[in-house]
Structure formats: C-alpha cells, structure tokens
Design a protein around this ligand. Sequence first.
Ligand code: DMJ
Length: 470
Amino acid sequence: MGIGLLFFTCTQKPKTIPKEQQKVVKDAVLLALQEEIRSETLRSWKDYKKYAWGHDVLLPLSKGSFDWYKESLGISPIDAYSTLKVMGLENEAREIEQYALTMDWDKDMYVQVFEVNIRILGGLLSMYHYSGNEAILEKARDFGNRILPAFNTPTGIPTHSVNLRTGKKAGNLGKGKGDIVNVAQAATYLMEFGILSYYTNDSKYYQAAKKATKAVFERKSVIGLPGEQINVYTGEWEGTQWHHLQAGVDAYYEYMYKSWMIFPDPEIKEIWEYSIDKINTYLLDKYEGHHFYAIVDMHTGKILKRSVSLYDAFFPAVQAISGDIDAAEKNQHTWDWLWNKYGLLPTRYKYDEDKVEYANSELNPEIIESAYYLHQITGKEEYLDMIKEYWNDIKKCCKSEVAFHAIQDVRIMKKKDYLATYFFAETMKYFYIAFSQEEFDFNEYIFTTEAHTFKRSDFDPKEAKERLGY
Ligand code: DMJ
C-alpha cells in the first residue's frame, strides 16, 4: 500500500465521486465495450468476406467455408444484415442488400422450413424494414411463397423440408414413413409470416402460421401439455411423449408471446396464457436452490429427466417481457450459475447428476439475450455485469486469428471449426445493444427468435388486424 493511500485511508473520509462524474466514468466503460464489440464484429465480418463470401458459413480455423445444401443460400450475410445496420456499419449493410438482390430462390433443393424461415425470411424482412427497398420485399415474398407449400398438410403443420423450386414436401424419415417434426419446427412462424402478411397485405402467410400453432396447441394432453414431436400427416404425437421448453420446443413459446406484442391477436394471447400456466405448474423444478425447467411426461406432468440445454436460456427474456420478473430473475441466476461453473454454457447439462451430457458450446446468444432483457426491464446493474463477464469469457475462449470459433468441449475448451450464422445475427447484436446507451431504445424494438430487428411502431394494430385477418 502506498504512503499516499495510507494517509488518505487513515485521515480522510474516502472521496465520493460526484453523481455527474460517476455517469461519465460508467459511460466511458460502456462506450469502450460497445466500440470493442463493433470492431470485433467488423473484423469477423471481414474474415467471413475474405474466406467464405457467397457461402453459408465461415469455418474460422481451417479458413474455409461450408454450405448447408448443394448451393449456398447466403445465410451468414442475410443473417448479419440487421446487426451491421444496428451497429451503423452502413457500407457493409448496403453490400449485403446488393448481394441479396442477386439471390435467385428458384433452386431445386430441399431446405429445412424452420431454419430458413428464421434466418432467411426473417433476415430479408428486416432488410426491407431498414432499407424500404421494394425489390428486397419481393425477394422475401418470393421466398415465403416457396416455403408456403410445406404447410399444405392435413394438419396444417409444415413438413420438415420443402423444395424451393417445385414446392414438393419432404419428411425426415425417408420415403413412405411420414414426416415427424418437433414442436419448434411445427409452430415458429407467427412473427415472420405475420410480418410478411403485414408488408404484403396478404393474410395467407399469417393464417398458415396461426393454423400450425393452433394445430399443436389443440393436440395438448388431458393435463394441457403438448408433446415434443408430431406427425404432420396424422397429428399424432410420436416418440418420447416428453414435454419441455428446450431446443425443439423453445421458439413455439417465444412466438406466442412476442408475436402478440406486435399483432395483438386475442386467440394467440389466450393460447399463451393457458400455456404459461402449464409451464409454471409442471415444468418448473426448484432443485437445490436453483430454478430449472425440466423434461416431463406430457400426460402426467411427472418429471422424467432433470436436464437442460443452453437454448432454454431464452426463457428468462420471455418471462421478463411478459411480466413475471421474479421467475425471470430466478431462472437467469440459474443460467448464470451454470455459466460460471464452466466459463461458457455446455449444450446439455444433467443437473441432478452434475453431469455434462453434450459438451459443445457454439457461441449461442440466449443467455446474453435474457440478461439484456432483464437489465432493460429491471434496471439492475447485476445483469449488465453478467453480460460483461460473458463477453470476457467468449473473448478468452473463442476469439480466433480468424473471427471467433465454437467450442467442442467446454470442460477442456477444445476448439471447433465453425462459426454459426446466428453469431452475426444475434450474439454480437445482443452484446452491442446491451452496451449501448441512448442510441438503442429497447422499448421501441421487437426481436425475432434470430434477433432480426423491427420497430414496434411500424405495425399499426388496427391495420394488422385487417391485413393479417384475425
Ligand atoms: C437460433 O438460431 C434461434 O434463436 C433459434 O430459435 C434457436 N437458437 C438458435 C441459436 O442458439
């Protein structure tokens, strides 16, 4: 301890920094973090362009690229657009807009309806939202029309895949065996399809999405829970008879609440109110001081497996925005506890055995997203501190010479050669807006499950009722 400090400590009351100056100090820290996120995003984006331009995914360790299907759908750029726009990276965003205009969706390829809806349709709609470019809206409409035939099934639940050229549907079980999709694949369309209906003044998209959501909801068990996997032709629950709010179900619940925030369809609100009550009754598992949401039997509500996946960390955000702050905070603290145990979240963790079931971690955004919502809604500094810590850990474990990389095993921080497209769409966006101050007003925006950004005020509730037809 220096003499000056000793003297100070013993003889004077510690000086309190005046309020005004405190704000300046805090702002400077946030400003620096925000700038760091922006420059790391730009660095990663330049790396994508250098090594993977025109392809779906950047492989950062091998400095290569990867396409989901036989031809690229430009998933990384379309996913990245709204984030670059939020960060004010105008030249980069404009370049993607030009690129999207060159995309021809007339491809003889089967694509996964759920994945391309949240990434491509959502990305294009957000691009239209920001640019006002009608040709981009046409690209979105064309894409929407090409995946819409998937919904033409006896239940109204879309098939797993659809051919972009022919509209032919394909299951994931092979010829003649039917088609089973999980609940998220069945019913995560209300936002993108609702927004497409709003912008095109054609209700058919929202109506298809709503029919699919209702088809899942109406097949709930006697205790009011849906299952996990459903046959789109027969409407029968297949496989495990499990229910949970993890990967494979997650965004079904997310869209029930969030879509209602911009398109106040009373039927969807009713479904949400019914469903959240069942989640709280059956899935919430208070276990050794933590609030987990377990895997339960859809018919009895009995807990079958005490295991969580990192995707479930989306839920505190939905709890917070729908008004259950207490539940949201307890849930977020559980996730934060798990993060601190490993320094990142493992994909699956069995909490009654303290066992990592799937050790990979792929720069997923959910825990950051929920901390951001909680910081905005409660104003509590602890959530901002969590986000700072997540950023430091990601920097420490995942920053590469080329962009960032995923992790194969969080227990030994073994690297994985992959940079998921949502890193651009979601992860860096949530960090950036969490560290931003006046420039980004949380209350003005709504985010899709892929964090594509829309101003709430863009959607007039009266117009929405007309255009979406509810
Ligand atoms: C994203 O692609 C979407 O948020 C999806 O709904 C599930 N989670 C991934 C990222 O983890």
